[in-house]
Write a protein that binds this ligand. Sequence first.
Ligand code: FAD
Ligand code: SF4
Length: 446
Amino acid sequence: MAVGALQDGIAAGRLNGPQYAENFSDLHPPLDRHEAIVEADRCYFCFDAPCLNACPTSIDIPMFIREIATGNPLGAAETIFEQNILGGMCARVCPTEQLCEEACVRETAEGKPVRIGLLQRHATDAAMAAEAQFFTREAETGKKIAVVGAGPAGLACAHRLAMHGHDVTIFDTKPKAGGLNEYGIAAYKTPGGFAQAEVDYVTAIGGIVIESGKALGEHFELADLRTNYDAVFLGLGLGGVNALRTEGETAAGVDNAVDFIAELRQAADLSRLPIGRRVVVIGGGMTAIDAAVQAKLLGAEEVTMVYRRGKEQMNASRFEQDLAASKGVNIRHWMAPTRVLTQHGKVIGIELEHTAMVDGKLAGIGDRVVIAADQVFKAIGQTLSTGGEGVTLSGGKILVDDEGRTSMTKVWAGGDCATGGDDLTVTAVAEGRDAAESIHRFLGGM
Ligand SMILES: Cc1cc2nc3c(=O)[nH]c(=O)nc-3n(C[C@H](O)[C@H](O)[C@H](O)COP(=O)(O)OP(=O)(O)OC[C@H]3O[C@@H](n4cnc5c(N)ncnc54)[C@H](O)[C@@H]3O)c2cc1C
Ligand code: SF4
């Protein structure tokens, strides 16, 4: 019987011990001091810098790069944290190739942008290692705010409210704070317990209490929060998962990609985490890429991603697609699942129909293929699982205005659960921070 990599079905221990550590090590190792200064020197410190305008949190990028260039990484960190208190995580996970680095004039001129993400990491890591705190609380206001969700949106909102002297209680259904920073982001982007270290760094300002294991809609309702607090911020993320709606979906071996990723992020020993020999991932976004790459890194022999449209329409960035290809993931376009094939209740393959645009609409074109699989991950989008009773929704998200106000007085929302920007960590941080400023004005602050 085959063992290790070639064992059929879903099995743990496909690799040798050291291979796990190697596969899940830091995707972009940090710059040392000398490398950071050399990289910072490449910046032209542009007037009206396009990189700054491309950053959803509007970090003063030329300023912090200049501070690094002059040997002042802590000053650089302060510049970053003023706008983005989760600047350490964003330095690791931002799709910089689509944001600041795409806009960098050195990208336009020579296809080699200043490596802004790595420089940001250099500065923020230095500050966190030195336990340098740059912000203190204003005089206490006596106002109490409830934040629901301890993800990037909730944490950024809580930090800014605490700075303004308000008392914040964050409620989260999960045992650990951090939201998808802790349970979602690919393990090789944020190794070494960074998400929890960042939660500790953010809450060190004081005035923030986190109540874990407390779910809106289960342990309390929105009406309770509106009665007991001066304002409420909803940073719930998207907890639900879309179904395939095909025959065989409930078979053993068909799993949600986000659950697999969360399990992987919490695994104390990756060699004990089972993975299929042949894995198929359905979807074309970041979650699909992360599930596919990490399945491969766990030792799956064949990993195929299938997406119903073309390469250009994929939500995953070009960088993410290239990363998947470089790890050996096979990406197939223009095909949609029609049936999960099973034997004795277990998945043995998936049948797909080729698709095309017909009269401006995506349609199946009849021709079918079967891909053998002993594990299938669904990554076809997440949905709002609870919005809080009574707030108006739009397109499946909580409707907010440009300050993050919902349709209900005293209630704000931001991040993935709310209408607005892209579903990215940095956007969630920006929306949480801006909602906090709006709440502060509502409570009579300037
Ligand atoms: C697999 C995956 C990989 C990703 N990779 C990247 C990446 O590399 N780069 C990037 O920029 N973005 C990435 N994203 C997107 C990014 O993680 C999100 O945009 C971001 O986390 C949104 O922050 P948030 O605070 O709105 O929500 P979340 O991070 O989802 O946090 C929401 C919090 O609310 C809590 N909650 C939910 N419902 C309730 C309730 N009823 N009561 C109490 N608490 C509740 C949850 O437990 C959670 O802690 C990824 C997303 C996924 C799924
Ligand atoms: S666009 Fe590039 S070169 Fe110009 S300030 Fe930003 S990082 Fe520096």
